[in-house]
Write a protein that binds this ligand. Structure first.
Ligand code: MG
Length: 406
């Protein structure tokens, strides 16, 4: 990837029509000093946007969710007179994109557990993975990092906090770092009380103060489960234990994260809140290339504030620390329960404050197993989803009964 003038690096993107996927393509288009070529794209069902991306980047392989989406995509490309790439579908399609022989780097940016298997396959083949899908590390951090070590693959975080930590930790000796500190914006309910949070609507929860992102991660940011997932992600990426990872709420989102050295010195990474910085860093590492985005203007920042997160209003944080401490398949179960609960909230079946309740119920019921292989993880994920759906149905039923009485 470093021979920028003689060799163009092949890039495959999982989740190309999402927020990270679109920003990745903008970064690739904007890089003038490091040539990159898009060889494969995977999207869900947004075939219109995907068709635009195919027209602009001419990938060899493209994957969509279903046969119906593939049919729509073919028709659209034909109508627009765009050359057809090879079109594949489903999980096998995602894996084909992730393991494309000409892909030097795979940007893993699908949402949720669906990215797990293709990302693992890319790591097994020794490809650089620019990881935006934190759920894959939460589910199976041990398998992922083991696969990377075995093949020599580089795993580079695109998540802004972990990207910041990667930058802070460059050249530092592990034993000289006392702890890492993840910053959190605090989400839209940072200053709201518990009663207000109970009544929060989906549109209120979707109002993220500093970052513009997809629905799942935005709800995770409202419950602070996003930060909980990031604690587990940081553990696997950088090898710090639960007692060496802290969270600070920092509403301005200027400091993207920091490390504290054993001598008390704190090193922070700062920047504007635009994911293109982290994406470009992961694509061009260990080089740095000029970027078209305006740099951070500290004189325009009115102040930097830091506070400890309120575990009472945001119980998801404690649940994530518990999953990390207990290990095994519990993090995978927690992640699956969270995905189901978030989707139930988005569909207005449960309240925002019931998301942690459902996760806790599923974690309490989960029979924890050591992680032996992919199958153990997938089984835990499956069982936890069933348990979460049952817990969601029970809550929705209770709510309906209460409404009837009133
Ligand atoms: Mg983040």
């Amino acid at each position: 990837m470093t021979e920028s003038s003689t060799h163009s690096a092949g890039v495959a993107i999982l989740g190309s029509t999402g927020s990270i996927g679109c920003n990745s393509l903008r970064v690739i288009e904007s890089l003038t000093t490091s040539r990159m070529r898009v060889v494969a794209l995977a999207a869900g069902s947004n075939v219109e946007r995907l068709a635009d991306q195919i027209a602009a980047h001419l990938p060899e392989v493209v994957s969509v969710d279903t046969e119906a989406a593939a049919h729509d995509l073919r028709a659209m490309l034909f109508a627009r007179d765009i050359d057809l790439p090879r079109i594949v579908t489903g999980e096998a399609g995602l894996v084909e994109v992730a393991t494309h022989p000409d892909a030097d780097c795979v940007i893993s940016a699908t949402v949720g557990a669906v990215g797990f298997l293709p990302t693992l396959k890319a790591l097994e083949m020794g490809k650089r993975v620019a990881l935006a899908n934190k759920e894959t590390l939460v589910m199976a951090g041990e398998l992922m990092t083991q696969a990377a070590r075995n093949s020599g693959a580089e795993l580079l975080p695109v998540d802004s906090e972990h990207n910041a930590l990667h930058q802070c930790l460059r050249g530092e000796r592990r034993e000289e770092v006392r702890r890492i500190i993840l910053t959190a914006s605090g989400g839209p309910f940072r200053t709201r009380n518990k009663a207000e949070m109970e009544l929060a609507s989906v549109s209120e929860a979707m109002q993220h103060p500093t970052w513009n992102m997809g629905a799942k991660i935005t709800i995770d940011s409202a419950t602070l489960m996003n930060k909980g997932l990031e604690v587990i992600e940081a553990h696997w990426l950088f090898g710090f234990g639960p007692d060496e990872i802290d969270i600070l709420v920092h509403p301005e989102s200027v400091v993207h994260s920091m490390i504290e050295m054993v001598d008390g010195s704190v090193i922070a990474q700062m920047g504007v809140t635009d994911m293109r910085h982290a994406i470009q860093y992961a694509l061009t590492f260990p080089e740095r290339h000029s970027c078209q985005l305006p740099p951070l203007d500290l004189t325009a920042v009115s102040g930097l504030h830091f506070e400890t997160p309120d575990l009472d209003r945001f119980p998801c944080i404690a649940l994530a620390y518990r999953a990390l401490r207990e290990g095994g398949t519990l993090p995978a179960a927690m992640n699956a329960a969270n995905e189901e609960a978030v989707s139930a909230f988005i569909n207005e079946r449960i309240r925002l404050t019931e998301i942690p309740q459902i996760i806790e119920t599923v974690m309490d019921q989960h029979s924890n197993q050591p992680v032996k292989d992919i199958q153990t993880i997938l089984e835990a994920d499956h069982q936890a989803r069933l348990a979460a759906c049952a817990a969601i149905a029970a809550l929705a039923h209770k709510e309906a009964q209460t409404a009837q009485k009133i």
